[in-house]
Design a binder for this molecule. Sequence first.
Ligand code: HEC
Length: 170
Amino acid sequence: MRCNKLTLAVLAIVGLAAFGLAHADDPVRPQPAAVERTRETVKMLDDLYKNAVVSITKTYVEKQADTPAAAVAKEVFEAMHQKGWHHARLVDASGKPKSQRNVAKSEFEKRSVAAMKSGKTYYEEVGEKDGKPVLRAATIVPAVMPQCVVCHGGKEGGLLGAIVYEVPIK
Ligand code: HEC
């Protein structure tokens, strides 16, 4: 009897300790509804950026010597980052980047490029930045119009890269 009580007490203490440890090790776990809201924000940003790039290209870009819409997109990404909104980066998935700076760097960027190459159009992970939850998401960037191919080569519709987002989950 005494022995059983002791065993129970020990088990309880071990259990509590394990519970505490598991929680201490856990990254921040945001509410599913908050993750879903952030996912919606990524979709909205993605539509906005991609429509702007296509529109700029249609209106201003014909030949290799023209300034690519990617240059404008990068400036806007940087401005949004400076304002503290989110982080977005255009990365290469073609293996022939126009700029070395666009090669996938972080582990998430590398996993995203691998996902796009395997045929996915979207890839995401919930992560943590400075102790706060973030949604990391990547969306496919194909050669959506003939001008893309003029500069990048390959064929229309072919995979060129991904936009990789890091958006705070609030
Ligand atoms: C006028 C030539 C030109 C056109 C047209 C063009 N691009 Fe680019 N693209 C570039 C250049 C130059 C860069 C590198 C810009 C930088 O990082 O400074 C680039 C970068 C990129 C990147 C990042 C990977 C890399 O190659 O460095 C992607 C993805 C991309 N463009 C997709 C597209 C898509 C999609 C279109 C069509 C809507 C398009 N581009 C049209 C010249 C072009």
